[in-house]
Design a protein around this ligand. Sequence first.
Ligand SMILES: [Zn+2]
Length: 387
Amino acid sequence: MPGAAISSIDMIRRLVGFDTTSRESNLVLIDFVRDYLEGWGVDSELVFDAEHRKANLYATIGPDDRGGVMLSGHTDVVPVDGQAWDSDPFAIAEKSDALYGRGTADMKSFIAVALSLVPEFTARQLETPVHFAFSYDEEVGCIGVRGLIAKLRERPVRPTACIVGEPTLMQPVIAHKGKISLRCHVRGLESHSALAHEGVNAVEAAAEIVAYLKSMARRKRDGGPFDAGFSPPYTTVHTGTIAGGTALNIVPRDCRFDFEFRNIPGDDPAPLLGEVRRYAETRLLPEMRQVSAATGITFEEMNAVDAFDMSPDHELVQMAQALSGANSVGKVSFCAEAGLFQEAAIPTVICGPGSIEVAHKPNEHVAIDQVRQCETFLRRLMDRLAR
Ligand SMILES: [Zn+2]
């Protein structure tokens, strides 16, 4: 009994209707996709998180004894909290040939177009399989897909290529920056601020480290290394949040701040982190320890995603260009799952409908023309897999 066909536009409507903000469960969406695929005779494998609250979905259409092309997308979206939307972010509003809603660009439209083509994929005798890999918790550090990749590593055959449908206006993207995010905790010593010499000021020590990070950022900006394909074309260093102290008349005991390196491919962030640690340990800590041995500075890695970098000559890149009709390839500064797939030895390109410029913002949207271009792209892929 075949399932019901759902057009790409209607599928986008369905998927956007599920509030899959990263802090929520994505299982309603995953169950819907699993049932839909089942209706077309396609089995799904779910890879859950530890709490069984979220899942990745993996499915294959075509022979399962050989590699194939994996279509990858994340099902979670960023929050709409505090954003001024002109329409309900979780219901599609259609105006001026575009669809408005959270996730229309980043990145439910790609998943929806792939799903809407399931009846066509299953009707063709695919010689090379197509795989769907739909993940959770991408927006909070590419967390979910790591479980799925671990499962793929166990398989005798893995996908031989991956297309990540992040919004690139359907232009193949062959590189993204890497990212490592860290939390620094400075533990000082409280005292009355009138007796500042008896305390260790955690806010001031943190500020010195932040200022040092800023000097590193300037050095990268001015001295590179550079890769002109990226904007900006160098590794960035950035402090995002800081919190410390309790009252002006107390020497603050604690200060925490979060910072990150976003590195261009080939510019390893590990030595940068080593440099910050060294600065803290040799320039700040001895003075702090003179006052109290209980003081300290710790760095905790919160998240890391490898840089992603494919050769423009790779056959997958050539194929993606042919499928999209693009005569050039791009590089992007935002992080995606592509770096993790590449690290797992799966050649990857990023190509999907919509623009990253509207992602994460109020009134996120995708042009219907982009949806049509994505359909064309995937139908051309289908032709190649059926050959
Ligand atoms: Zn995304």
